[in-house]
Write a new protein. Structure first.
Length: 205
């Protein structure tokens, strides 16, 4: 019993130290103010993209609005399509799924033409470290900004420097981008329109 409690304590301390080390590594070095940061274009969705749970698809059947649908891929990998009910989507490319739907819809209409496009990719993960209440890794939706990541991590601690918020981005080239909280709360400007990407690390000093 005592040994198990000591092991849990050791694991907790180890996790806390890991967060501190990661935060220190991510926050160090030169930085670029967000106002001067030139954001590279977001990577395009590859032609061979494989649909996964959490993705939102737009299914269009030419000249058949009643058969068209906006559908989210459920955890079981299926989507609900008019006339076809549940269809397995996960594991297919959008083109492959469109061909499958075309074949099945032939039971209802002649020569159906189906297109499937990715409207919204599944949520992605970012790390939030430093002077936040709940440092860790969080899933955020596509289009999320720094404020959403900070909210997911429980906001600032009492020791946080609100003018020293950094986003560390490793690809395509490593960048360390500095934000001030006041900039993030503005309706316009680069800080307000900045969007996180998969693998980003948010660090509050």
């Amino acid at each position: 019993m005592v040994r198990a409690r000591h092991m849990r304590t050791a694991r907790a301390v180890g996790s806390a130290l890991s967060v501190l080390v990661l935060g220190a590594c991510a926050a160090g070095g030169p930085y670029t103010p967000v106002s001067a940061y030139e954001e590279p274009p977001a990577p395009a969705t590859p032609a061979g993209y494989v649909i996964q749970p959490g993705d939102v698809l737009q299914v269009r059947v030419f000249n058949q609005p009643d058969m068209s649908a906006r559908a989210k891929v459920r955890d079981d990998g299926k989507v609900s399509i008019p006339f076809l009910n549940d269809v397995v989507a996960a594991g297919f490319t959008p083109n492959a799924l469109a061909q499958q739907l075309q074949q099945r819809l032939k039971e209802f209409i002649n020569s159906p033409v189906v297109t499937v496009s990715l409207e919204e990719a599944r949520p992605f993960s970012v790390s939030v470290l430093g002077e936040v209440n709940k440092p860790g890794v969080y899933a955020v939706p596509v289009g999320a900004g720094v404020l959403q990541a900070l909210a997911a991590a429980g906001g600032f601690t009492q020791y946080a420097s609100r003018d020293r918020i950094f986003v560390v981005r490793e690809t395509p080239q490593r960048a360390r981008i500095r934000f001030q909280f006041e900039e993030l709360t503005q309706a316009t400007g680069k800080a307000a329109t900045f969007r996180l990407r998969a693998g980003d690390t948010v660090v509050v000093e």
